[in-house]
Design a protein around this ligand. Structure first.
Ligand code: PMP
Length: 341
């Protein structure tokens, strides 16, 4: 079924891969003959398939290495999906309010984007996607900037459209819900993951796509060869051994997030439920979130101004910081609110 969803010329991207000998002489890659600096740095290419990291992820999830595609962060995963599924004239879809690159990255690829609106519970009406000419939809679960969590049942309803559903799980480790559980049942499901959030490696730019083996085979054809940097691969490979530390970081973040929620509520603000490391905050009508955002900037405090987006008008999105950073933020916000009311 996935053959009918990938771009039509996908098979023409199956270029012959170089044979890379494991032990004996490899004089095929025009690699340098030795290092110039340090033992930490390899003078060899890794790739193009990154089997080591894939195997480690496969072990972590109880899947096969064939279920994985390694990307430069989840953003690159979005790009790989566009290249894999969108041929000439094809377009993708999103449900606002959502993560900006679901619009930006298809557009960079020269594709149109159909925009629908999430309902008042931040849930998609999949019928709109089904009835549209869009071939693929991007949905973040948990949502960004909404912070909410869709059930797997809701995700399955999207998959029943028979079109491609890309579930961006950048924050999934903050929940116990993952669409990865569904990849065996749906070839049209693509799950994006990242080492940027709970694995605390945003600068390494490593992510991965999890999908059915058949789908992964096509995704693997859809990125440039040798796109991953060796030091980043190594960092990702090593951090997977620290699952308990990762889980501790998640718990710590959630505790601090809930303290921040209490602090914001004490200022009379509405704080949406969150399954992430940020909070979406709604300001009362008499207070203009945009003005608050500007005033925070003047105080050298940066939050995300989402106040202009339909469905989350007059809201700001606050990332969870350290306790002391949140305390500083709350103190400044309190002063601003006092002078505004
Ligand atoms: N998806 C979502 C929903 C995000 O919030 C983010 C980062 N803010 C990303 C993807 C990008 O992640 P990465 O750093 O892995 O590109």
């Amino acid at each position: 079924m996935i053959e009918t969803l990938v771009r039509q010329d996908i098979e023409s991207l199956r270029f012959a891969q170089p044979y890379v000998p494991k032990k004996y002489l490899n004089l095929s890659q025009n690699e340098p003959i030795r290092k110039i600096i340090g033992d930490k740095y390899s003078a060899k290419y890794i790739g193009p398939h990154y089997y080591e990291l894939k195997n480690k992820l496969a072990e972590f999830f109880g899947l096969k290495q064939e279920n994985f595609t390694i990307t430069n962060g989840a953003n690159h995963g979005i790009d790989v999906c566009c290249r894999c599924f969108l041929g000439p004239g094809d377009c993708s879809a999103l449900y606002d309010p959502t993560y900006g690159p679901y619009y930006m990255i298809p557009r960079i690829n020269g594709k149109d984007v159909v925009r629908f609106q999430l309902d008042e519970n931040f849930e998609p009406d999949w019928q709109q996607f089904k009835d549209s000419n869009a071939k693929m939809v991007f949905i973040a679960n948990p949502g960004n900037p909404t912070g909410n969590l869709l059930s797997l049942k809701k995700i399955e309803e999207g998959l029943e459209t028979g079109k491609v559903v890309v579930v961006d799980e950048a924050y999934a480790e903050f929940t116990d819900v993952t669409a990865i559980d569904l990849i065996g049942n749906y070839e049209n499901l693509v799950v994006l993951r990242t080492f940027s959030k709970v694995w605390a490696l945003p600068g390494a730019r490593v992510g991965y796509i999890v999908a059915n083996e058949k789908t992964s085979d096509y995704l693997e054809l859809s990125h440039i060869p040798y796109h991953m940097a060796n030091p980043s691969l190594k960092l990702a490979y090593d951090v997977i051994d620290h699952k308990e530390d990762m889980e501790r970081l998640v718990k710590e973040t959630v505790n601090i997030r809930e303290d921040l929620r209490i602090g914001l509520q004490a200022l009379g603000l509405y704080v949406y439920p969150s399954y992430t490391n940020f909070l979406l905050v709604k300001f009362p009508e008499q207070i203009n979130a945009n003005t608050i955002f500007q005033k925070l900037c003047e105080n050298d405090i940066c939050v995300n101004n989402v106040s202009g987006q339909a469905g989350i008008e007059n809201c700001l999105r606050i990332s969870v910081g350290l306790q002391e950073e949140n305390a500083m933020f709350l103190a400044v916000l309190k002063k601003l609110l006092e002078t505004h009311i």
